[in-house]
Design a protein around this ligand. Sequence first.
Ligand SMILES: C[S@@+](CC[C@H](N)C(=O)[O-])C[C@H]1O[C@@H](n2cnc3c(N)ncnc32)[C@H](O)[C@@H]1O
Length: 209
Amino acid sequence: MDAQEWDERYREARSSGSGTDAGLWATQPHAQLQQVAGQLVPGTALDLASGDGRNAIWLARRGWQVTAVDFSAEGLDIARSRAEAEGISIEWQLGDATNWAPDRTFDLVTITYLHLDEAANAAVIRRASQWLSDGGTLLVIGHDKENLTRGTGGPQDETILYSPELLRAATELKVLAAEQLVRNTSTDPEGPEDTGTTAIDTLLHAVNA
Ligand SMILES: C[S@@+](CC[C@H](N)C(=O)[O-])C[C@H]1O[C@@H](n2cnc3c(N)ncnc32)[C@H](O)[C@@H]1O
């Protein structure tokens, strides 16, 4: 999907929801982000493909200085309005993950549910791996290929889904975990498309050691 198609999805979510900050995805942060980032001392963070802002806003609430990038202006707009309602400051940037680059490094880079084609997924992770400060953490989470047969929600095109092997091969950082995650969608939904009870995600947790 290109940026215009994502804009359209966010616009529809906004118009069918209640208020200008109605969004497309869950409002609570991904449980695994909470677990990993919850153990780190807040510093600088980049949320790439930040969507309507759930992870960026949670990080900022905890004291992280957050830069959030997405190529959907509509998605960013919802996120911005949610953050402003809480008096939270985040640097929102409109950018395409396939060519956007920061002019600084970060203590944490997180990417959740960004699904491009296989080569592009790997290229984004390879590039994002270079944006970490010494000791910085990379956390990538997306739908696993096995979600098609064992899970619920997410894209139904296997060629854009993740596997632990694919994510592990995309980074030269020290990999602490590259594995499947079984996510309970009742307690940790990605959004309204998670209608079953279980989703299979892939997680990459790596550090610039
Ligand atoms: C499934 S949503 C996930 C949003 C958020 N990370 C979350 O977990 O709630 C995918 C997001 O990726 C964004 N996206 C897709 N392709 C992108 C690209 N090439 N560059 C930047 N953002 C992109 C979309 O606009 C959308 O907001």
